[in-house]
Ligand binder design. Structure first.
Ligand code: PLP
Length: 373
């Protein structure tokens, strides 16, 4: 049998589509002693984590908490709780994660109405409005705020406003947006939103912060059929993550991962949300200028480009996989490949959370310059 040894990972610089670099404070928090998940001290930490998530999401929603699983589970939690079989759900698709939403809708026995736009472009508000007019039975409008596969920011505020005009609930994917660009759950009146710990929050992967408006909670409480997923049923989870000392066992929370998330949120609060958004915007500007100097262009229009996920054109005649391999092997630097139609044509350079800093940007531009020449 093979001689198995302790895994000692190298120190990579993570500038792909996520996970992104985890702050040492977060890694240290994670290494602290595990306490019981019903220990009064841990319950207090759960309450504080919820409050900090409310701050990050800009909401007073009582049902705000991390799902004990990655962003995909947060996505599934939103769809599973709000959808009942037979419902009609409008899904905006302009990248990979929109297509996953469609898959969720279908698997929950609902009918998707798909508003499709070209990858690399924004979701068309006009098309959404036309579809809502054409299908008065639509109950929910779902869209991805920051499409990680294309680097496009969809206009969350405008999409929520249109949805409201047609009396629809909204489900918003904020996996890549939370902490990196403005997300305003109460201001935009979002009904259900999910994110991920491993992107702009500088935390380890594996948790999905979610938040539900009071209106969404009413819909969940008055369902005619049980939520098809026991684990993700908010009616049950609320007994575990609900406010105060009295908690009913639902599952065993990933205690040390919650320490990590809490610490990352404390750091976000210390920095200030607006300052964090500005840091991402400034980092993006610096990266764009650095890449332009070595002849690398951006793909997405600057009016709706994500600062935290930069999709760049691979220069003519360059071997995509070879360059990424060399960056990893020689410079310990990870950047992302293109997905779907964009595979082989673009790289995705992340500037997420702790990874968004001058040192990383300089390292990335210098390493790319060396490898390409
Ligand atoms: N939604 C978006 C926009 C994402 O970028 C991702 C992951 O990259 C997900 C959902 C799924 O998150 P996870 O990989 O944590 O399950």
């Amino acid at each position: 049998m093979q001689d198995f040894r302790t895994f000692l990972p190298p120190e990579r610089t993570l500038m792909g589509p996520g996970p992104s670099d985890v702050h040492p404070r977060v890694l240290n928090a994670m290494a602290r002693s595990t306490v019981g998940h019903l220990d009064p001290l841990f319950i207090e930490l759960m309450d504080n984590t919820k409050q900090l998530l409310q701050y990050a999401f800009k909401t007073t929603n009582a049902l705000t908490m991390p799902v004990s699983a990655p962003g995909s589970a947060g996505m599934e939690a939103c769809f599973a709780n709000l959808i009942e079989a037979g419902d009609t759900v409008l899904v905006c698709v302009n990248g990979v994660f929109g297509t996953r939403m469609v898959e969720n809708v279908k698997r929950m026995g609902a009918t998707p109405v798909i508003v499709e736009d070209t990858w690399g472009e924004q979701t068309s508000l006009q098309k959404v409005e036309d579809a809502l007019k054409q299908h008065p039975d639509i109950k929910i409008v779902a869209f991805v705020h920051a499409e990680t596969s294309t680097g496009v920011r969809n206009d969350a505020q405008a999409l929520c406003e249109i949805a409201r005009q047609y009396d629809c609930l909204t489900i918003v994917d904020a996996v890549t947006s939370l902490g990196g660009i403005e997300v305003d759950v109460d201001g935009w009146q979002i009904d259900a939103i999910y994110s991920g710990s491993q992107k702009c929050l500088s935390c380890v992967p594996g948790l999905s912060p979610v938040s539900f408006s009071d209106k969404a909670v009413e819909v969940i409480k008055s369902r005619k059929t049980p939520v098809q997923s026991w684990f993700l049923d908010m009616n049950l989870i609320v007994g575990y993550w609900g406010q105060g000392g009295k908690r009913a066992y639902h599952h065993t929370a990933p205690v040390n991962s919650i320490y990590a998330l809490y610490e990352s949120l404390v750091m976000l609060k210390e920095e200030g949300l607006e300052n964090a958004w500005q840091r991402h915007a400034d980092g993006h500007k610096k990266l764009v200028a650095g890449l332009a100097n070595i002849g690398i262009d951006m793909v997405v229009d600057e009016n709706y480009r994500l600062p935290q996920l930069n999709v760049v054109r691979i220069p003519e005649g360059v071997d995509d996989a070879q360059v990424r391999k060399q960056l990893l092997d020689t410079y310990n630097l990870e950047i992302g490949a293109g997905l779907g139609d964009l595979a082989g044509k673009v790289w995705r350079i992340g500037l997420m959370g702790y990874a968004c800093k001058d040192r990383n940007i300089d390292h990335c531009v210098a390493a790319l310059k060396r490898v390409l020449t």
